[in-house]
Design a protein around this ligand. Sequence first.
Ligand SMILES: [Zn+2]
Length: 465
Amino acid sequence: MPDDDVAALRSSVARRFAQTVEELSRLVAIPGIAWPAFPPEQLERSAEAVQELVRAAGFADAEILRATRPDGRPGGPAVVAHRPPAPGQPTVLLYAHHDVQPTGDAELWDTEPFTATERDGRLYGRGAADDKAGILVHLGACIALADVYGKAPGVGVTLFIEGEEEAGSPSFRRFLEAHRDRLAADVIIVADSSNWAVGTPAVTTSLRGLVDGTFEVSVLAHAVHSGIFSGPVLDAPTVLARLIATLHDEEGNVAVAGLVAGDDPDIEYPEEQYRRDAAVLDGVELAGSGSVSARLWTRPALSIIGLDAPGVAVASNSIQPRARAKFSLRLAPGQDPDAALESVRKHLEAHIPFGAHLRFEPGERGSAYLADTESPAATRLMWALEAAWGTSPVRMGMGGSIPFIADLTEVFPDADVLITGVEDPDSRAHSANESLHLGEFGRCILAEALLLAALRRPPGAADAL
Ligand SMILES: [Zn+2]
């Protein structure tokens, strides 16, 4: 691409940047949460505000659409808009989501969660990064492209702004199938991930999958007096704790037989940086073997995320008859989710101590993802990131899961899926004090504008993508 084009896109993004931040702030003010316990009107308001911004960005046909969830309830409101390609040009689907996570404990926030607040070059607020910034990256890139290339910027663009991602995208698959023709694209850009560090862009090339479930142990038909009966039988919380302890080996590696591990990543995540990013307390030793990046991205990781046993405040001197745990298992790329759940079930059945009764209930399942890093679209993305940041991008895995990526690749098997994002390791998506680094935000918009420009096929090269 000519240097003049790069410079023109750069100055177009810079010129409009203050307005882009203002538009993002307007979205942050709407607490659109797709969880059943939160008011659905706010989610509708959020979709309407997005629709308005999408229209203002030149997509007159922006519509709010939804599909039915498998349980029969209506899915979250998504905004879809389209600008057709010039003849012979590819179409790019731009994905982000407008729904956000709940705030959690409001006491932990230093600013009002739904009032975008700028401090030291970062914009604080729920959704400021995840993923309302993703929406503005897409819109900012489209506006810059139209600004520089006029009304016929070449590539076709379909915007797809989902409204239920943080609730697990329950109607996503049906939505894709219902609107398959409308959403079909040559390249799909998912702006919902993270960069490597402030100043270093990244492409997310692998995602772990995720399964979860619960297991309950029971030892007595009902609670009994611990003075009269304790000694000959262990209480259920103790038995449960012993069972949980078998899930990892002495080093802290997952000890469930049959789980797949992938190749080691070519980039190292320095241990010191991990300790800082994950807020590991002084003196706490890291678990598992192998590089930190392998442990985070290409190996399974199992966490206990909930326990049911009497709370300390209501504890009485009795032997507890049953106790239950919820586990969350991150899967390496290449791991089949159903097989992983089966492995956990077999492990628990084989290790349940003292003949206690066990009830295992599998829960959610989402597949892992491994990108094609050599595709023409991926190569252009690497170029665009390097041009925007002035430094080579990192190919990183992500420990997190984006289950809908598997749906996208299954419904649109011929499309190239590119995973980008606005977050950096200090963005604290899903936690208190979520924030967006504004310098990185500007570079993200520029990189996507450069990518859209680079995806245009030169005349006579119709097979370039
Ligand atoms: Zn997100």
